[in-house]
Design a protein around this ligand. Structure first.
Ligand code: ADP
Length: 161
């Protein structure tokens, strides 16, 4: 069986924490599909296309990793791409409580997809996309928090210096 996992998230933007989860999970699966939830009702900092380009750049040449956008339910995306695993990262106990509720609801809706959780590395515990966005809004340098080959300034909205 082809072990396909979906790693769903907003990835707004993709951080070192996200990259590390994908790299460490690589040995567990034949393919990891990073699914960018592009939900129109939520105002994103980066567009779906920008996030797609950024993440594809990070994994360019890595045949095990695919990147796609989706705008429906995550379980419907999993069904569509034939994934039997959903990969999520855990940083804190509040992540755990939140993820547990989602995973248990998903389990009822689509039992053939198993949620798999990976603990973040200690050095990535406090990296999260919303803090990175906050730093970007004030023109700060986020290079220590995102993969080195993401040139984030190339994607910034014109109003951000
Ligand atoms: P969502 O909006 O679905 O929470 P995110 O882009 O914030 O999307 O996160 C996607 C996944 O990556 C989630 O499972 C989240 O817990 C995990 N994640 C986010 N930041 C980190 C990090 N620093 N280390 C490990 N996992 C992380």
């Amino acid at each position: 069986m082809n072990r396909i996992a979906v790693f769903p998230g907003s990835f707004d933007p993709f951080t070192l924490g996200h990259e590390s989860i994908v790299l460490r999970a690589m040995g567990l699966f034949d393919k990891i599909i990073i699914g960018i939830g592009d939900n129109n009702s939520k105002t994103a900092f980066f567009t779906g296309q920008q996030r797609l380009d950024m993440i594809r750049g990070v994994f360019a040449g890595n045949e095990k990793v695919e990147v796609q956008c989706y705008s429906d339910l995550t379980i419907d995306f999993c069904r569509r791409v034939g994934a039997h695993f959903m990969l999520r990262g855990l940083r804190t106990s509040s992540d755990f409580e939140y993820e547990k509720a989602i995973a248990q609801v998903n389990q009822v809706m689509l039992p053939e997809v198993e949620s798999v959780f990976m603990l973040t590395l200690p050095e990535h515990t406090s990296i999260n996309s919303s803090v990175v966005r906050e730093v970007l809004r004030f023109g700060g340098d986020v290079s220590k928090f995102v993969p080195s080959n993401i040139r984030i300034r190339d994607y910034l909205h014109p109003q951000v210096p």
